[in-house]
Design a protein around this ligand. Sequence first.
Ligand SMILES: CC(C)(COP(=O)(O)OP(=O)(O)OC[C@H]1O[C@@H](n2cnc3c(N)ncnc32)[C@H](O)[C@@H]1OP(=O)(O)O)[C@@H](O)C(=O)NCCC(=O)NCCS
Length: 169
Amino acid sequence: MRIRPTLEHDIQCLPEVERSAARAFADWPTLAWLAQAEVLGVDAHQAFVTAGTSWVAEDPQGRVLGFACARRERHALHLCEVSVRREAQGQGVGRALLRQVVDAARREGAHELTLTTFADVPWNAPFYARFGFERVDEERLDTRLRDILAVERAHGLVGRCAMRLALGH
Ligand SMILES: CC(C)(COP(=O)(O)OP(=O)(O)OC[C@H]1O[C@@H](n2cnc3c(N)ncnc32)[C@H](O)[C@@H]1OP(=O)(O)O)[C@@H](O)C(=O)NCCC(=O)NCCS
């Protein structure tokens, strides 16, 4: 498996990768609906690729196993999505993608890497916490993260939290 920047020709398969990844939620009663939920479209992926903030993990046969995409904010890189095909989960692909995003954020001189995620889903907040991310308490949320959480709530995503990894710039 190797991690590389996402190329134009990868974009077409990314919605299917995200749909496959979301099957992880199928057995989680309150979030099972996410297994059928809307995923990022090709236009959104195109924007990440153009910005140079999208990466894929591919197997030795060149099959895309997962992707991570991020958005540049003022002093931060914000991780928008990381998804690994259901059958490839639990084998270190997500961790490798996350490491790539952290490296990119450091290289760009970002002060922090931020994200929002489910607080109580084992492969969400606890996974990021083991990686070194800290949960941002409600009262310490800046406007940007507060707004992201509000939009997510409006889309029915409850139990979400914001997390940050300080990068020491
Ligand atoms: C979250 C996700 C990207 C992680 O990718 P992955 O390749 O499965 O993760 P890894 O194999 O690198 O493992 C990362 C950690 O998550 C844990 N993990 C992965 N799947 C798990 C599961 N089903 N249950 C519990 N823990 C799990 C691993 O044990 C590992 O723990 P570690 O930190 O001690 O090493 C992947 O599970 C996924 O696509 N999930 C569905 C979409 C999603 O939730 N995206 C995140 C949005 S914020």
